[in-house]
Design a protein around this ligand. Structure first.
Ligand code: HEM
Length: 147
């Protein structure tokens, strides 16, 4: 429906430049919650947040995150096919000390990046469409925390 069109249309250009858009998202995330930086074991190698974000390991994680978003956008018609993958991804994040509450902050950072990148095209229905998809992804990842 309309949600899928809005998401696909907006991702078409963003998805071609994953790293710079992912860097905007993670700069915002670490601004909103600097403590998340320390969950990356390789963060001890860098002084400032900006140093971290330009290090190869961080850029790699940024790329990984953007590829998961890319997979979700490509599977909008059958998001449940990603459920096992996302559950395992959740488990890995539990193991590195991520809290499920942090996904709300990640979501805020995702919307911030969309707003920065899309300008006028960032509308209320588009925001809602992305939130809907993101909440499905987060729900699937969060199952990785269940005992
Ligand atoms: C791996 C932290 C959010 C996707 C990792 C690792 C850490 C980490 C420490 C292991 C080291 C590495 O691979 O770089 C975090 C933190 C997050 C966050 C602190 C925010 C609270 C996300 C999100 C996604 C994601 C939102 C995608 C939707 C991945 C992937 C891996 C990974 C695909 C590799 C997993 C594997 O090795 O199989 N993350 N992450 N991360 N993260 Fe995240």
């Amino acid at each position: 429906g309309k949600d899928k069109e809005l998401i696909r249309g907006s991702w078409e250009s963003l998805g071609k430049n994953k790293v710079p858009h992912g860097v905007i998202m993670f700069s915002r995330l670490f601004e909103l919650d600097p403590a998340l930086l320390s969950l990356f074991h390789y963060s001890t190698n860098c002084g400032s947040t900006q140093d971290c974000l330009s290090s190869p390991e961080f850029l790699e994680h940024v790329t990984k995150v953007m590829l998961v978003i890319d997979a979700a956008v490509s599977h909008l018609d059958d998001l449940h096919s990603l459920e096992d993958f996302l559950l395992n991804l959740g488990r890995k994040h539990q193991a590195v000390g991520v809290n499920t509450q942090s996904f709300a902050t990640v979501g805020e950072s995702l919307l911030y990046m969309l707003q920065c990148s899309l300008g006028q095209a960032y509308t209320a229905p588009l925001r809602q469409a992305w939130l809907n998809m993101y909440s499905i992804v987060v729900a699937a990842m969060s199952r990785g925390w269940a005992k």
